[in-house]
Design a protein around this ligand. Structure first.
Ligand SMILES: [Zn+2]
Length: 642
């Protein structure tokens, strides 16, 4: 395991794994002011989306594309159904769903999700799922394909910034670890001792101490070649009103947050006294976004049984790992996000929630279960008693007790039933009725008839009532639910087939311009199939023919590539197109089979666009003020020579 400590000059130091990037010794740009630095970063991240110089040749991209099989690649992240067919499907790794709407197109080596509109080629896929920059994604695929990276992307500003951020974080983590051994860290060490963490655990998680001074970290990182502006941008330092920077974390116990590749991406800092906030976390930087990470997943993902335990906080996770439950993780940030759920389900089939037993913890459990209900993971809930958290239970009752509790974890139905039962006084008739009504709704969610039956009996027993009436109610509610779900699926499919699924096609103007959009999409899809149409229709079709901005931009991009005789593969678009544009292109590729692709169809669509354009100018006119309208009509009259 690379993340574990290594012998370092005779001393055992936590060496945060060899960074993904080889450190570079380029002298960093001098940042005079915080504002300038931030602006530059903003510009840089903007630049990654569009308008950057071409980095790879089309030949190289085509070669890479031919060596990577998109189906093979995607299968590493989600299970594929109908493997080897022309259009295999899968549960989308970018959003939570129970029926697959993620389709892979072998012909075009692309994918498109009809559920959330994510689409692209292998590069886009890696970029989004591994959260990499464009060049990083190409490098990732190159390594997979055994190809050499053609150019040295060291000059890339944004990428350089990310690399600097990883390096600064790693150095900071080392610094905090070192500080934990100093005299000033006595309180931090006392806290760890109270928590009964062993030295080994402290090292494994790279815990450290941020000293109670204003600039100890800044001074240290300056000796390592970092500048104040960078440290502010990386959230390791803050800028005071006077303009001077100071350490972002002071007098705190530090938890480095490590991503799946072993990079330190952020920090959580816990107070050692009563000051607020209790936990301080790194906010968004070039390498970290809140609500994305799962704490300790870098360790937990190595468990082969694909079972994870979700705890509430860092300390719970660490205590669990120390007790041998190395599959414990925690969601970073206060609200559990869809992104975190997708990430978890990549490594987990059965998720056990282990939140505090207090009211706040139980509410958090219900909330998380609701969010998780659409995920394919099997859910269980641990019942911790007497306001205790996992850490306290392990300490006071030992490892065996914890094991017992994990084994006895209730499934999500049992948890929901016990939550409902707690709301009512079942000894009264009113209470019974209230509970049964709620229980019926809970049981109606269960797809498996045998399972439903077992719980019906339990509810009947619990309330000391007849089983049959409850069963009838549950079956009725179940059928209603099923019918509703079927209707929704049917309607969604019908909308999809009719191409009306506006919400999922990444064009914000589509809803208001449906007819025009369908024509625009057909034209673009047809161009992708028959590039010679560009020349053939050059007199009738130009960027101005398009009504929606998204499609107009796409037309420009496609036309430019056709004119320069470049291939029309997605990989050729990925470098300078945004995620939305790539998704839209992937959607257009899915239309390939549905359109006729004839010149007649092109002509019809161009005509439709012209009609829609006139309609639009008229409807725009109706929104004009009277004066504007008069001058508009005047203008039209003059033009017509009246
Ligand atoms: Zn999706």
């Amino acid at each position: 395991m690379r993340i574990l400590g290594v012998e370092n000059g005779g001393e055992y130091l936590p060496a945060f794994s060899i960074p993904f990037f080889v450190p570079i010794s380029v002298q960093p740009r001098r940042y005079t002011a915080y504002g300038k630095c931030r602006k530059e970063i903003k510009k840089m991240s903007y630049n990654t989306e569009r308008g950057r110089g071409m980095r790879f040749s089309d030949d190289f991209l085509s070669e890479l594309r031919s060596r990577i099989d998109i189906e093979e690649l995607v299968s590493k992240y989600t299970e594929i159904r109908h493997r080897g067919s022309r259009t295999p499907t899968a549960l989308c790794p970018f959003h939570t769903e129970k029926t697959p709407s993620f389709v892979i197109y072998r012909d075009t080596q692309s994918y498109y999700c009809f559920g959330c509109g994510a689409g692209g080629d292998a590069i886009t896929f890696v970029k989004n799922i591994e959260r990499l920059d464009y060049v990083e994604a190409v490098r990732f695929l190159c390594e997979k394909a055994g190809m050499q990276m053609p150019t040295d992307p060291v000059d890339d500003e944004y990428l350089r910034m990310r690399r600097r951020c990883y390096e600064a974080n790693r150095e900071a983590a080392r610094f905090f670890c070192g500080c934990l051994k100093t005299e000033s860290a006595a309180a931090a060490r006392a806290y760890l001792k109270k928590r009964q963490l062993t030295e080994e655990t402290v090292k494994r998680f790279g815990l450290g101490y941020a000293p109670d001074t204003w600039d100890a970290l800044i001074k240290y990182l300056k000796t390592k070649g970092f500048h104040e502006g960078e440290l502010v941008a990386f959230n390791l330092a803050r800028q005071g009103r006077s303009g001077r920077a100071f350490d972002a974390f002071r007098n705190r116990l530090m938890f480095p947050i490590v991503d799946l590749r072993g990079n330190v991406v952020a920090f959580g800092g816990r107070v050692l006294d009563d000051s607020k906030p209790k936990y301080l976390n790194t906010s968004d930087t070039v390498v970290y976004k809140k609500g994305q990470g799962i704490y300790a997943l870098n360790f937990a993902k190595n468990n082969t049984d694909r079972k994870l335990i979700l705890c509430e906080g860092y300390m719970d996770v660490i205590a669990m790992h120390q007790a041998g439950f190395t599959n414990a993780v925690a969601a970073l940030g206060t609200a559990f996000t869809q992104e975190q759920i997708s990430l978890l389900s990549r490594y987990c089939d059965e998720l056990t929630l282990s939140f505090d037993s207090d009211e706040a913890g139980q509410k958090a459990t219900s909330r998380a279960l609701k969010l998780l209900s659409a995920s394919p993971m099997k859910l269980r809930v641990m019942q911790l008693t007497d306001g205790k958290d996992p850490d306290e239970i392990i300490k006071s009752q030992g490892r065996e007790k914890m094991k017992e509790l994990i084994g006895a974890a209730k499934n999500d139905t049992e948890f929901a039933l016990s939550r409902a039962a707690a709301k009512y006084d079942i000894s009264t008739d009113d209470g019974k009725l209230g509970f049964i009504n709620e229980a019926v709704q809970i049981l109606a969610e269960i797809g498996n008839a045998v399972e439903r039956d077992i719980y019906i009996s339990r509810v009947a027993e619990q309330t000391n009532t007849n089983r049959e009436p409850i069963r009838l109610q549950v079956e009725k509610a179940y059928k209603n639910r099923k019918r509703r779900a079927e209707r929704e699926t049917f309607e969604a499919e019908a909308r999809q087939a009719a191409g009306d699924d506006k919400g999922k096609i990444p064009n914000p103007e589509r809803r208001a311009n449906l007819r025009a959009c369908k024509a625009e999409e057909t034209i673009l899809a047809s161009l992708l199939k028959n590039p010679d149409y560009l020349k053939r229709f050059s007199g009738m079709l130009g960027a101005d023919s398009f009504i929606t901005g998204v499609n107009r931009e796409l037309f420009r991009g496609i036309a430019e590539r056709i004119e320069n005789k470049r291939p029309l593969e997605l990989s050729v678009f990925t470098e300078d197109s945004s995620n939305e544009q790539i998704s839209m292109l992937s959607y257009l590729l899915t239309l390939g089979d549905k359109i006729a692709g004839t010149t007649q169809e092109m002509e019809d669509c161009i005509k439709t666009l012209a009609e829609e354009k006139i309609k639009k100018s008229v409807s725009d006119a109706s929104e004009m003020s009277d004066a504007d309208f008069l001058s508009f009509m005047e203008h039209k009259r003059k033009k017509a020579g009246v």
